[in-house]
Design a protein around this ligand. Structure first.
Ligand SMILES: *Cc1c(COP(=O)(O)O)cnc(C)c1O
Length: 408
């Protein structure tokens, strides 16, 4: 049977200590050993199934890691205190002084800042390229390059990375292909298309409640073990560990991810088509008009759609601000960063989550200051939501009197 990520989540059985339907939460930072030898063996990584100290791993973080590895079809995984914790740990493990990264130029603002400003202090440089231009990526590869880095669906421009083509390039040049899949859990399984390391900010769709921060790295057992190595592991030594209580709560929320992703995607597709028909500049990978649509379709686990994010380009920051304040006033959603919540969230990306990227570079990559990114919620009545947003667009003068209002 082919890998089906939702079935993987459905089939996981972790029983609690007293037959609980949820696994018991490990409420300990340290673990006792019945013999000194067993402890020594564990330190040397030779004792399977033994826990030593919760910065290394705990039963609760392991349950969540295993669930995510199954979902992403990788042999192993490790969870972290945040998405940035997962990203920084991975890159510092893969790159030593003098190494080089080729990265997509449209990535999460924090990741961009980490590569652009932080890593150079340790002698690691990054070239930022258009990830949809395979020739440009190959041209940017240098003898000291170690990593190709991208997001499956990029933030905030929603460019789609051709993971298969990137993986061919990575193999040819002996590089590690690292893919941030935060925007498209279940929708796309990057490892099935050749990604070596798959990263998530669990803060977003996977937890889905906007009440927790977390991250994950899904990869080969060899790579995950290297992160946990007590002498050389960036996971172990930088200490961006997830707490057991948090791991347990995120695991419970992961169980409903399949139905949530279906609803987010269906709602976003409805609205994207609605606004495209109104003549508003709208980008959504599920639209035929979107440049990345064929690439997305080629990789998609189709029953989960094209995720819950789309953008509207209002032209100027003033218009974007006016619209967002009005939408919040009309209770369409919240003016807030982040994504994957039950309620719609919207931000002007250029001045918020991508503000780390200088203005001239934003222009060059096509990031308009009037770009509003929407993370569409789980709205039960999406037609009603569409009408609410339409009224706001009308009030801001973005559109003329729409047909749907003429009818009433
Ligand atoms: C939010 C986000 C991150 C960072 O995750 P945190 O959990 O906030 O540290 C990384 N990549 C993407 C695509 C994100 O949206």
């Amino acid at each position: 049977m082919a890998h089906q990520p939702a079935n993987e989540i459905q089939d996981l059985q972790f029983f609690g200590e007293f037959g609980g339907v949820n696994p018991s939460i490990s409420d300990s930072s340290t673990y006792t050993f019945m013999s000194a030898k067993a402890m020594m063996d564990t330190f040397e990584g030779e004792q399977e199934g033994c826990y030593l100290y919760s910065r290394h791993s705990s039963p609760s973080t392991q349950y969540l890691a295993e669930a995510l590895a199954r979902m992403e079809n990788t042999a192993s995984a490790q969870v972290f205190a945040s998405g940035m914790g997962a990203i920084s740990t991975t890159l510092m493990q893969l790159c030593k002084q003098g190494n080089h990264i080729v990265s997509s130029r449209t990535i999460y603002g924090g990741t961009y800042a980490f590569m652009k400003h932080f890593l150079p202090q340790f002698g690691v440089e990054t070239s930022f390229v258009d990830i949809t231009n395979i020739e440009a990526i190959e041209a940017a590869i240098q003898p000291q390059t170690k990593v190709i880095y991208c997001e499956t669906l990029s933030n905030p421009l929603l460019e789609v990375a051709d993971i298969k083509a990137l993986s061919v390039l990575a193999k040819k040049h002996h590089l590690t292909l690292v893919v941030d899949n935060t925007f498209t859990p279940l929708c796309i399984t990057p490892a099935n298309h050749g990604a070596d390391v798959v990263i998530h900010s669990l803060t977003k769709f996977i937890n889905g409640n906007s009440d927790a921060v977390g991250g994950a790295v899904c990869a080969s057992t060899e790579f995950i073990e290297s992160l946990k190595d007590v002498n050389h592991g960036a996971g172990m030594l930088l200490g961006q560990t997830m707490d057991s209580l948090r791991a347990a709560s995120i695991l419970k929320n992961l169980r409903t991810l399949p139905i949530r992703m279906q609803k987010h995607s269906a709602n976003a597709l409805y609205l994207a088509e609605f606004f495209q028909n109104l003549g508003v500049k709208c980008a959504y990978p599920g639209l035929m008009s979107h440049q990345g649509n064929p690439t997305f379709k080629k990789m998609a686990n189709t029953e989960f759609g094209c995720s819950g994010l789309f953008t509207l380009d209002l032209g100027t920051l003033e218009k974007a601000t006016e619209l967002m304040e009005l939408m919040q006033h009309e209770n369409v959603g919240y003016l807030a960063v982040s994504l994957g919540f039950y309620k719609t969230l919207f931000t002007a990306s250029g001045s918020s989550t991508s503000s780390e990227i200088p203005e001239d570079e934003q222009k060059e990559m096509g990031l308009s200051s009037g770009l509003v990114r929407f993370s569409i919620g789980l709205d039960h009545d999406i037609q009603r939501t569409a009408m609410q947003i339409e009224k706001c667009l009308l009030a801001c003068g973005v559109i003329g009197v729409p047909k749907s209002l003429d009818l009433c």
